[in-house]
Structures are given as C-alpha cells and as structure tokens.
Design a protein. Structure first.
Length: 313
C-alpha cells in the first residue's frame, strides 16, 4: 500500500519557485530520506504533506486521503516533528500530551502517553512545566506530540538538529522500533550519516526538483563509486590508468602522484570489485611495487556533493 503519494506538486512564492513539479511515491513501512541543501524545497514539501501549505498544482495523499480535500482524515494518519521548537509555556509535559491527544479525539490515552514518555526518557519530566525544560527536552516533547495518536506515517523534519548524542540514540532506537512495527518514516536531516544508517531509499532535492531517487545501496554503488588508494614503494602509475586518478589527488598529470621520498600515492576511482583486480594486475605488469593499499567505500556525503554539483543523476 502507498503511504504517501505526491504527484506533480508545484509551489511558488512570487518569483521564487519553491517546488517545481515534485512526484514521489513512498510505500507503507518505508524509512525514506528527503535530502537537499538549504533552499532546496524540503520544508515546503513537508508543509504541503502536512496540509499547512496548499500547492499551486498537483496533489498529495496520505494513505489515499487528499491533504486538501480530505484534510481531517489525512491529518489523522500523519505525525509531524517540526524543526522549530514550538510549545505552550503554561502546561506540563503530561498536560501537553493529553491536550494533543484531545485534538485527535482520543480519551484515556495515558497508557500510550506513558509509553512514549518512557521511550523518550521524559518520564521524570512528566510534571515539569514546558518552559522549564532544556532545548533537548523540548525537542523530545515535540517528538512525543507527533506520536501521541499513533500515526501510521511519521515525518521528522531535522529532528536531531542541535541536540545531544544521548537524544539522538534514544530517538533513533524508538523510531526504528516503530518502523519495524510497520510505521512509515520520512526523514529530513543535514546529518548525512544518520540518513545513510537509517533510510532504505532517499530522494535528493535541488531547486525544488528531485535530482536523485533510489535505494541507498544503489546510489552508493552507481553514482560515486569507491576509491582504491595505493602507495607505491617503487615504480609509477601506468598511463592507461591515469584517467582513474581522482581530481582531488595532488597529481601534476605527469605521473608524479602525491607523496614524497621513495614512493607515490594515488587514489583511483573504482565502481566494481573486479576493477580492483584489473588495476593491481596492470600495476604488476608495469613493474610497480605496492607498499600500502586501501579500498575506501563511497558514502552518502560523496554522493550528495556529487549530485548537488552536477544537479542530476
């Protein structure tokens, strides 16, 4: 079943085109990443999903409920953790969560509220006024508010921005559990290592358009490749391998590579493990002696920078 269906969504603010025809299908139970630089349109898209912004064109549906024409049902299916720390300073944590429950018509919800607070380490703050909490604790309450009605779809907009390591670990443990239980999770984050560790698929936005959409493993395998770093004790890189040298290596183009003394160091792009064997065989044929060797896997940061630089797959 489809959890979120986004079809040709456009949104402009006067001359600024925030979203330029975004289409995405997010399946039920997915852990989906929405990535992009500042100004890419992520927050506008999330606000559209949440029904806070009406698109100029296109549609968004949550579990089949249109966020404009069937807002009430769509909103019941959705829990959103916003970037901003928005809270009412006149209530305790428990009162805040009870009030949030009431918005969804939920009575006698204390058992689930207690479970959510326990999983977010908020139990000892249950009767503390919201204005007395630290920024990290307020962030935990925002997460709890988003989960108080047990939504099947959870949207996390920069949930760990500016918070400590303990909260990150606590949050991801709980969110991972909910995802395993069948909840769909959509994450936006600037911490790319979080997205790489948690997300099954990612979409990258740039200038209000989707410029990459694939599984994490496929993106890493197809887009950036890996790096084979070789330090030669003697000899030099054959000319027919020079096109594989990464641009960031200190190589003058005449076989000098980088390094000093008895050997040179090269970083060579490889896309498949079979290419490593071919490179090593060619180095042996050329009489080069390898002193050290390391294979570095590409990561999401490599992919992100490459795609943002090129603007498309």
């Amino acid at each position: 079943m489809t959890a979120i269906q986004i079809t040709n969504v456009e949104k402009s603010y006067k001359a600024l085109k925030a979203l330029g025809g975004v289409s995405l299908t997010i399946d039920e139970g997915e852990f989906f990443g929405l990535l992009g630089p500042n100004g890419a349109g992520k927050t506008t898209l999330i606000s559209t999903i949440a029904g806070l912004i009406r698109p100029d064109a296109g549609t968004v549906a949550i579990h089949g409920h249109d966020v404009v024409t069937d807002f009430r049902e769509a909103r019941k299916k959705l829990g959103v953790v916003p970037q901003e720390l928005v809270f009412d300073p006149f209530f305790t944590v428990r009162e805040t969560l009870r009030l949030q429950s009431g918005y969804f018509g939920l009575k006698n919800n204390d058992k689930w509220i207690d479970e959510v607070m326990g999983n977010l380490d908020l139990t000892n703050k249950a009767d503390v006024n919201m204005r007395a909490l630290s920024g990290g604790m307020k962030r935990r309450v925002l997460v709890a508010q988003a989960l108080v009605h047990k939504p099947p779809v959870i949207v996390l907009d920069e949930p760990t921005a500016g918070v400590d390591v303990e909260l990150r670990q606590t949050l991801w443990k709980f969110i991972s559990r909910l995802n395993k239980e069948g909840h769909t999770v959509v994450l936006t984050t600037h911490y790319l290592e979080e997205a790489q560790a948690m997300c099954q698929r990612v979409a990258m936005l740039k200038g209000g358009k989707v410029v990459a959409l694939d599984t994490m493993s496929a993106l890493i395998r197809r887009i950036s490749g890996s790096q084979l770093i070789v330090h030669l004790a003697s000899g030099s890189l054959p000319d027919d391998l020079r096109h594989l040298v990464s641009h960031d290596e200190h190589d003058d183009g005449n076989g000098s590579g980088s390094g000093s003394g008895s050997g040179m160091k090269y970083s060579l792009r490889v896309n498949e493990y079979g290419e490593v064997e071919q490179i090593l065989a060619r180095l042996r044929e050329a009489g080069a002696v390898i002193d050290e060797m390391q294979l570095q896997q590409a990561d999401l940061e490599d992919i992100f920078l490459q795609i943002m630089d090129k603007g498309a797959l």
